[in-house]
Write a protein that binds this ligand. Structure first.
Ligand SMILES: *Cc1c(COP(=O)(O)O)cnc(C)c1O
Length: 371
């Protein structure tokens, strides 16, 4: 085996690190914002039945245009969308990659408001797109004016707005999206504006989706995933809604038959039971709100979250706390923000286990503080 430095790696990939959330088998995994509730058994049976039926014709390639799945997503999203407005891929990460392959690349740029999803700069690097990270305010919010000013200053080809934002949980008002879209209409063309709604289902009841802004905005793309609220992370299914010309363009960069027959069958089955699949969302919101309350009571400084996770500050030694929790079988997330850690809202039992362990290990991992 040679080593990495001897390989003829692309110059722009030298020194990059792969996406690296630690994967470990632990009793309580609250590190990658999955839905920690298993899927309902009757839905599981239906999924297995549809996948089993798909096996019988697996000698043939699947429907390259995943028509039935697009219809299922259009039905699920509503908002007057039809199959022509829908795109899907193996996780919304692949959807985002398709967007960069089609609209980014060498000589083009992607703007995001940092800290934000760690995959955005990696996807930019992988596609040779320049990454422009614009810092958020100290409380991680973005105002319409600041966002529009950043657009005017940098004039990116693409902008990713994470709503609510990962890893901070920060909700994003439609006014920010409207301001960014308005500022993205440059004299010599217009940018592609992507709203990543990976966690939208966890927002407070009645929060409007960026889907409501699609009419009249042909360069607005709203991406979603089945990995979080939908409890389907292992199946790898993400999707987006946009003008039909955009979904048509994305066909230029996808690999033929990128969604396997099994993926399409499983996702169609799950979508046929969408209400049941989303049945735990209310309970997860309650555990998130409980995390916000109880972390504050323990003396930490949690950030407002409209998502299924909470970022909290006031941690003296984040790495020591992470390790001390791991030693107790609880995996959370180090996010390389000073004094801060992120935790996913789990089941009531998992959330209790986390809060009790955190109280025991204290803010420096060596036990509760002396006061
Ligand atoms: C988890 C997550 C995704 C979804 O990833 P998948 O590839 O669909 O599993 C997308 N965006 C953000 C911000 C996320 O946190």
């Amino acid at each position: 085996m040679t080593n990495l430095s001897e390989l003829p790696l692309r110059d722009d990939l030298v020194g990059q690190l792969p996406y690296g959330a630690p994967q470990a088998v632990v009793p309580v995994a609250l590190n990658v914002n999955e839905n920690t509730h298993g899927i309902p058994e009757d839905v599981a049976h239906d999924i297995v039945a549809r996948v089993a039926a798909a096996v019988l014709s697996v000698n043939r390639y699947p429907d390259r245009e995943f028509t039935e799945l697009r219809e299922s997503f259009a039905r699920y999203l509503g908002h007057g969308l039809d199959a022509s407005n829908i795109w899907a891929a193996n996780g919304s990460n692949e959807v985002l990659q398709h967007i960069l392959q089609a609209f980014g690349g060498p000589g083009r740029s992607l703007l995001g408001f940092t800290p934000t999803y760690s995959m955005y700069p990696l996807l930019a690097a992988g596609t040779g797109t320049e990454w422009i990270g614009v810092p958020r305010a100290a409380d991680y919010t973005i105002t319409p004016d600041a966002a529009a000013a950043a657009m005017r200053e940098h004039q990116p080809d693409i902008v990713f707005l994470c709503s609510p934002n990962n890893p901070t949980g920060t909700p994003l008002g439609l006014d920010v999206i409207e301001a960014v879209y308005a500022a993205s209409q440059y004299e010599n063309g217009a940018a592609i504006v992507v709203v990543d709604e990976a966690y939208a289902e966890f927002s407070p009841e009645g929060t409007p989706s960026a889907l409501t802004l699609l009419p009249g905005r042909p360069r607005l793309l709203v991406s979603r995933t089945m990995s979080k609220a939908f409890a389907f992370a292992g199946a790898r299914v993400g999707y987006l809604a946009a003008d039909a010309a955009v979904t048509d363009a994305l066909r230029l960069v996808r690999l033929p038959y990128h969604l396997s027959a099994f993926t399409q069958a499983a996702a169609n089955a799950a979508l046929a039971h969408s209400e049941e699949m989303l049945g735990m969302v209310g309970e997860i919101r309650e555990q998130r709100d409980r995390l916000l309350r109880e972390l504050r009571a323990l003396g930490y400084a949690p950030y407002d979250s409209a998502s299924n996770f909470v970022l909290f500050g006031g941690v003296e030694d984040p790495h020591a706390v992470f390790e001390a929790l791991l030693a107790r079988g609880i995996l959370i997330r180090e996010v390389s923000l000073p004094g801060q850690l992120r935790v996913t809202a789990g089941t009531e039992t998992e959330t209790t286990a986390f809060l009790e362990a955190l109280a025991a290990v204290g803010p420096n991992g060596r036990g509760p503080s002396a006061e």
